[in-house]
Ligand binder design. Structure first.
Ligand code: 26Q
Length: 837
C-alpha cells in the first residue's frame, strides 16, 4: 500500500500456485510509510475520524500496519519451508501465555524507532498506545509461558515449528481482591476483536465424539475399523504470526476454535424445535469457551477431555492432510519428516488418535502405524507431584471416544507383552506399569500412555529429570533408558530483558554490544565490569528507576504507596502450598515481630511483594491469599513499621505485570520444598534482570546457583534427600517450641493479631504448619530461611557488594535462554534444519 506495485500484476500465479508476491516491492519500513498505512487503516478500514489518547482504534490501525509487514515475511517463510520439504516439528499445547504482541512484533521487525517517530508526528506515544493491548492469557502459568517463549526462540533460530493450541474465548481469569479475598472475573479478551489473528475457514476440520465403533472385513480380507453415529464438531483454525528476531522468519501459532456443524442436532430440528436446535449449537461451541484455570489436574471433567481430544485430533488431521497432499498419500516417510512435542500429558490423547487416523482413515496396518506414531511423538513432563499426574476414567473415554479407548486397550495389551517378556511373572510390575490403573473405577494413566507412545521423554531441569528417572518414572527408565533425557527450561531474553528492561538493555549493549539479544552467553562479558564503579553506579540508577515504575503499578492496582528506596523482595507465581508463600509470610511476621521488639532500626527497609492467582477450587490457596492480605493490612497500618517494612499483595499477576516487576526486583524468592518445583522460569527472568535469588535446591535453582557461583546466591533449606530422611517422625510442634522466634511468630498468628475482627480466619493455614504430615514441611525450613534472609540483609547493607552480585547474576544468566533450550531440543529430539527465507 505504501508503494503500490506498478511493475507486475500480482494476480499472476507461479508454477507452485503461489501468487508472485516475491515480485511485488516489499512494504517500506520508514516512519512515513508506517504513518500512511496507520492513517489508511484508521480512516478507511475502521472508519474513524478523530484521534484521542489511548484510542483502541489507533492501536488497531497500528497492528494492521505492522501485521502487513509480518504477512510478507510469513508468506515467504512458508514458501521456503514448503519448497524445502524438510522435517518439521509441531508443539502441541493446551496453553500459550502470550501476553502482549505489539512490542515484540515491532522489535522483531526492527521498526520500533520508526513507529515511535510516526506516532509522535500525530502527538501519540507508543507506550500509551501499547497499553491498549489486552494480554493474551491463554495459559495458567509456567507451562503456558514456556510454550510462548519456545515459539519466540524457534522463530529466531529459523526452525520450522508450528504451535498448535486452542482459541479459548475466555483466557485465564482476572483476579480482584475484595476484603482480602480473591474474586475471579471472566477474561473476555476477544470482546474488542483480536487484530493479530487470521481466520482460516478453508482449513476447517471435523472432530467426532460419541457414537460407537464398527468392525468389518473388507473384500480384500482385511479388517476395517470404523466409528459411526458420532456427534460432530467443527474445528476452525485461527493463525497468529510468530516473528523471529530480525531474521525475516515468521512462524505460525494455529489455534482451533469450535463451531457447530450445520447438521448439529438435526433430530431436534426435524421435530420442529428450530430455536432449540440452534440454541444447542452452544454445546458444540462450548468446547473452546474457557481455559481451565487449574495448574494441577482437574480430574475427571468431561469438557476438559473434550478439549484435549479436540486439540489433538484437529492438529493431527491438519498435519496429515497436508502431508497427504504433498506426498501423494505415501506415509512411509512420515515419521522421518515430522515430530510432535507433547507439552505435558494434556495432548497425550494424540498417541491413540494418530494411530486411529493412520489406520482407519489412511488404511495402515497396526504395526506400520505404531512405527510411525512412536517414531514421531515426544513427551515433556512438567511435574513431580504424583497427585498431578493426569488420569481419566476408562468409562468416560469409552463413551466419549469409543474407538480411541479400543486403541488404548490394544496399545496396552501389546506393550504389556513386552514388559512381561523382559520381567517374566512379575505381576506386580505389570500392574504398576499398566496403562490402566485398576480399581472400582478403572483409570487411564496419561503419562504412561505418553511414554509408551514416544521416542523421547524429558524433564525440564537437571534435578527434575534425575528425580523422574529415579523415582516417579523409574520402571520406564529401566525399560527404555534411551528415551529419557533432560532439557532445562529457559526464557526468551527478547521479551524478558530487551523489551521489558530497555534501560538495562541499553546499558549492557553500551558495554558489550547487542549480540546478547540472540546469543545470551555473551552476557558473560559483563563480568569484566562487575567491579567498575561507574558501571555499578549506572546499574543502580537503572534499577532505581525500574523500582519507581513498579511503585507506580502497585499504586494503580492497590492504591498503596511504596517507597522505592526499600529492598524489593518479590515472590510472584501461582499460589500453591508447595511453593510455600506461607514460609515467606512467616518471615515477614518475624520481621514485624522484631520491629515490635524495637529492633526496627537495625533492619534494612524492605518491601515484600507477593502476587499470584489461586485455582478457583483450591480452598487452601485461597486461604493463603486471604491470610497474606490480612497480615499486610495490619503491618502496613502499624506506625511502627513506617519506612521499615511493607507487605503488598499485587492483584491480577500476569505476563504484563511481570514485565514491570522483574526489572525492578532485587530479591527473587524461589523457596519451594525441595523436589517439588520441576524447574521454575520466573527464577530465570529475575536473575536475568539482576535480582539475587534466595532459594532452595529445587528445580532450576540448582543450575542457577551453579551458573552464578554459590557466593552470589542465598541458599537455604533441606535437600531432596534430607526432606525424604526427615519426613518420618517429622515434628513441627517440636521445631516451633525449640525456636523462640518461631514461637513468637506463631503466637502472633494464633493470637488473632491479624484477624481484623474475623476470628479464626487464618486457622486452616496455621494448622497446615503444625501438621506432622505437612507434605511441604514448612516448619522444617523456617530457621534456615530466616538465617538466609539475615544474610540478605547483611549483603544489601553493602551496596557496592550487592551491585556486584547483581551484575554477576545477569552475567551468569546466559544458559537460561530458550534459544539454548530450543537448540537442545533440536539437537537431541527434533533434528530440524533452520530455514532462512
Ligand atoms: C491438567 C488436567 C486438567 C486440568 C488442568 C491441568 C493442568 C493445567 C496446567 C495441569 C498442569 C498445568 C500447568 C503446569 C505447570 O505450569 N507446570 C510448571 O511448568 C513449568 C514449565 O516447565 C515449570 O517451570 C514449573 O516448575 C512447573 O510447575
Amino acid at each position: 500500500m505504501a508503494k503500490p506495485n506498478k511493475k507486475k500484476s500480482v494476480e499472476s500465479l507461479s508454477a507452485t500456485g503461489h501468487i508472485e508476491l516475491l515480485q511485488a516491492p516489499p512494504l517500506a519500513m520508514t516512519s512515513d510509510a508506517l504513518l500512511t498505512d496507520v492513517n489508511h487503516y484508521f480512516s478507511c478500514t475502521l472508519g474513524r475520524r478523530t484521534v484521542n489518547r489511548r484510542s483502541p482504534f489507533l492501536y488497531e490501525a497500528l497492528v494492521y500496519a505492522t501485521r502487513d509487514r509480518l504477512m510478507e515475511r510469513w508468506n515467504r517463510t512458508n514458501i521456503t519451508v514448503e519448497g524445502k520439504g524438510k522435517r518439521r516439528a509441531y508443539y502441541l499445547s493446551m496453553e500459550y501465555l502470550m501476553g502482549r504482541l505489539l512490542r515484540n512484533a515491532l522489535l522483531s521487525l526492527d521498526i520500533d524507532q520508526q513507529t515511535s517517530d510516526a506516532l509522535e508526528r500525530i502527538g501519540m506515544g507508543l507506550e500509551e498506545l501499547g497499553d491498549c493491548e489486552h494480554d493474551t492469557g491463554l495459559g495458567n502459568g509456567g507451562l503456558g509461558r514456556l510454550a510462548a517463549c519456545f515459539l519466540d526462540s524457534c522463530a529466531t533460530l529459523g526452525l520450522p515449528v508450528v504451535g498448535y493450541g486452542l482459541r479459548y474465548q475466555y483466557g485465564m481469569f482476572r483476579q480482584r481482591i475484595v476484603d482480602g479475598y480473591q474474586v475471579e472475573e471472566p477474561d473476555a479478551w476477544l470482546r474488542d476483536g483480536f487484530p493479530w489473528e487470521i481466520r482460516r475457514p478453508d482449513l476447517t476440520r471435523v472432530i467426532r465424539f460419541g457414537g460407537h465403533t464398527t468392525h468389518e472385513v473388507g473384500k480384500d480380507g482385511r479388517a476395517r475399523h470404523g466409528w459411526a453415529d458420532t456427534q460432530n464438531v467443527l474445528a476452525v483454525p485461527y493463525d497468529i504470526p510468530i516473528p523471529g528476531y530480525q531474521n525475516d522468519v515468521v512462524n505460525t501459532l494455529r489455534l482451533w476454535s469450535a463451531a457447530a456443524t450445520d447438521a448439529f442436532d438435526l433430530d431436534e430440528f426435524n421435530a420442529g424445535g428450530y430455536a432449540e436446535a440452534v440454541a444447542a449449537k452452544n454445546e458444540a461451541e462450548n468446547i473452546t469457551m474457557v481455559l481451565y484455570p487449574n495448574d494441577a489436574t482437574e480430574s475427571g471433567r468431561e469438557l476438559r477431555l473434550r478439549q484435549q481430544y479436540f486439540l489433538a485430533s484437529a492438529s493431527l488431521q491438519d498435519v496429515l492432510a497436508d502431508w497427504h497432499k504433498r506426498h501423494d498419500g505415501n506415509f512411509s516417510e512420515f515419521a522421518a519428516g515430522n515430530c510432535f512435542q507433547l507439552n505435558d500429558t494434556h495432548p497425550a490423547i494424540s498417541v491413540p488418535e494418530l494411530m486411529r487416523l493412520l489406520m482407519d482413515e489412511y488404511g495402515m496396518e497396526w504395526e506400520e502405524a505404531w512405527d510411525v506414531t512412536s517414531g514421531c511423538m515426544a513427551y515433556t513432563n512438567h511435574t513431580l507431584l504424583p497427585e498431578a499426574l493426569e488420569v481419566w476414567p476408562e468409562a468416560m473415554i469409552g463413551y466419549l471416544l469409543p474407538r480411541i479407548m479400543e486403541i488404548i486397550h490394544e496399545i496396552n495389551h501389546r506393550y504389556l507383552e513386552q514388559v512381561a517378556e523382559r520381567w517374566p511373572d512379575d505381576w506386580d510390575r505389570l500392574d504398576r506399569m499398566s496403562l490402566i490403573q485398576q480399581g472400582h473405577q478403572p483409570m487411564v494413566r496419561m503419562a504412561y500412555l505418553a511414554i509408551v507412545g514416544s521416542y523421547s521423554v524429558n524433564g525440564v531441569a537437571e534435578l527434575h529429570s534425575r528425580l523422574l528417572r529415579e523415582g516417579l518414572l523409574r520402571d520406564f527408565a529401566e525399560l527404555w533408558p534411551e528415551k529419557f533425557n533432560n532439557k532445562t527450561n529457559g526464557v526468551t531474553q527478547r521479551r524478558w530483558l530487551a523489551a521489558c528492561n530497555r534501560d538495562l538493555s541499553g546499558l549492557i549493549s553500551e558495554r558489550i554490544g547487542d549480540g546478547w539479544v540472540t546469543d545470551l552467553e555473551q552476557l558473560g562479558r559483563l563480568r569484566e565490569w562487575a567491579d567498575d564503579a561507574a558501571f555499578q553506579e549506572q546499574w543502580r540508577l537503572v534499577k532505581q528507576a525500574n523500582k519507581r515504575t513498579l511503585a507506580g503499578l502497585i499504586e494503580t492496582r492497590t492504591g498503596l504507596q511504596v517507597d522505592p528506596d526499600m529492598l524489593f523482595d518479590v515472590q510472584v507465581k501461582r499460589i500453591h502450598e508447595y511453593k510455600r508463600q506461607l514460609l515467606n509470610l512467616l518471615h515477614v511476621i518475624h520481621l514485624y515481630d522484631r520491629i515490635r521488639r524495637g529492633e526496627g532500626e537495625s533492619l534494612q527497609p524492605r518491601l515484600v511483594l507477593i502476587g499470584g492467582k489461586a485455582a478457583p477450587g483450591y480452598v487452601m490457596a485461597k486461604n493463603i491469599i486471604k491470610c497474606i492480605n490480612n497480615v499486610a493490612d495490619r503491618i502496613n497500618r502499624d506506625p511502627a513499621t513506617k519506612g521499615i517494612l511493607q507487605l503488598v499483595f499485587l492483584p491480577d499477576y500476569n505476563v504484563s505485570a511481570m514485565e514491570v516487576i522483574c526489572p525492578a526486583a532485587e530479591l527473587s524468592e524461589q523457596i519451594s520444598t525441595a523436589g517439588k518445583e520441576a524447574s521454575g522460569t520466573g527464577n530465570m527472568k529475575f536473575m536475568m534482570n539482576g535480582a539475587l535469588t534466595i532459594g532452595t535446591l529445587d528445580g532450576a535453582n540448582v543450575e542457577i546457583r551453579e551458573a552464578v557461583g554459590e557466593e552470589n546466591f542465598f541458599l537455604f533449606g533441606l535437600t531432596v534427600e534430607e526432606i525424604r530422611a526427615r519426613r518420618p517422625g517429622y515434628n513441627p510442634q517440636a521445631i516451633i517450641e525449640a525456636d523462640p522466634d518461631f514461637v513468637r511468630v506463631m503466637h502472633l498468628l494464633e493470637g488473632g493479631h491479624f484477624s481484623r475482627g474475623e476470628p479464626g480466619i487464618c486457622d486452616a493455614v496455621i494448622r497446615a504448619i503444625r501438621n506432622p504430615s505437612d507434605p511441604w514441611m514448612t516448619a522444617a525450613d523456617f530457621r534456615a530461611f530466616v538465617d538466609a534472609q539475615a544474610r540478605v540483609e547483611q549483603a544489601y547493607g553493602d551496596r557496592t557488594h550487592w551491585t556486584r552480585m547483581s551484575i554477576l547474576n545477569t552475567a551468569g544468566s546466559g544458559r537460561f535462554s530458550t534459544d539454548r533450550t530450543i537448540a537442545d531440543y533440536n539437537r537431541d529430539i527434533w533434528r530440524l534444519e533452520p530455514v532462512m527465507p
